[in-house]
Ligand binder design. Structure first.
Ligand code: MN
Length: 320
């Protein structure tokens, strides 16, 4: 029905757009949504963007105009859309309350880089080799469409976010090329890096230090893990787990974050060939080979007691 590279055509021909991403949006899904939002606005299209869950404090600067609706605190738009575009989500279920709206659109477009993407769209752009959905969006349209500065800034933020400030192994020649072209279009990369990665409050810093202090090793130093409990943990999880992962000899870093007394979020990072997305998949989660996660309905202590021995066992088997 569509040519392989038809995102440009979809954007040109569509009349009304609904944009969303996965629940509890991260920098990449927000960047892609905002990149497309400002482009569509500049083309005088009807466009609404909405996500399930509030935008974390450290990422709020990306949507300083507050164009993105939080579906958990606002009523769901009843409009009919010619197109719904879903960014960075493996399934429609992962879009939370947006699922109803996207299923109602005439054409559902899926743009993602997760290897376990369900190809749920009428049109699917899925590239597990891409660093980020932001990189994909830019490379799919930049030659044909004029991207306004706000779009370029948002896409650069998402790319920087998903590559962990260009430090993760998903940082490819294409990522650097994309970023170079965005810089050429006037994006100040350094300012975005500062906003994304040098943004700790004193409270964040003390929670972060506690997370470091509580870190423990397993599997002779090949696994490192720690726990965060209480409020305000969302802002520091990415930086904490990246820091743990970078300890010499570590192959897998695991961060347990208490959701509530009966539920724990488990984030995983791999510093080796061990695929943490397969591990997370067996617990109902998913993600990328190098970065994945899941929620388990255990108190955090039980989660640690269950997950760590299992990870030690699977990593030993993988290494042997
Ligand atoms: Mn992503």
């Amino acid at each position: 029905m569509f040519e392989p590279n038809s995102l440009t055509r979809i954007i040109k021909e569509g009349e009304s757009f609904f944009l969303t991403g996965h629940e509890d949006p991260d920098g990449d899904s927000l960047g892609a949504i905002l990149g497309l939002y400002h482009l569509l606005k500049s083309m005088n299209k009807k466009v609404i963007s909405a996500v399930h869950g509030p935008i974390s404090r450290r990422l709020q600067f990306m949507d300083s105009e507050k164009t993105i609706i939080d579906l958990t605190s606002t009523s769901i738009p009843q409009d009919q859309f010619s197109h719904a575009i879903v960014c960075d989500s493996t399934s429609t279920k992962r879009t939370g309350k947006a699922e109803k709206i996207i299923k109602n659109a005439d054409i559902l477009v899926n743009i993602d880089h997760h290897p376990d993407n369900m190809k749920f769209g009428h049109v699917n752009f899925v590239n597990p080799d891409a660093s980020s959905v932001c990189e994909m969006v830019f490379l799919l349209i930049h030659e044909q469409l004029f991207l306004p500065t706000k779009s370029c800034q948002a896409l650069a933020c998402g790319l920087l976010y998903d590559t962990g400030n260009l430090r993760n192994p998903n940082t490819s020649e294409k990522s650097l090329y994309t970023l170079a072209l965005l810089a050429k279009r006037g994006v100040n990369i350094h300012i975005l890096q500062k906003r994304l990665f040098a943004n700790f409050t004193k409270e964040d810093f003390s929670r972060y230090s506690t997370g470091l202090e509580k870190a423990r090793f397993a599997a002779e130093g090949k696994i490192i893990w720690t726990v965060l409990t209480g409020q305000g943990t969302k802002e520091i999880t990415q930086r904490l787990i990246e820091e743990l992962k970078n300890v010499k000899g570590v192959q897998v870093a695991i961060l347990f974050v208490e959701n509530n007394s009966n539920s724990t979020k488990v984030s995983l990072r791999s510093n080796s060939s061990f695929p943490v997305n397969d591990f997370a998949g067996r617990w109902g989660g998913g993600g990328h080979k190098q970065a994945a996660g899941m929620n388990i309905e255990f108190p955090w202590k039980k989660a640690v007691k269950t997950i760590i021995p299992q990870a030690v066992k699977e990593l030993d088997e993988w290494n042997s």
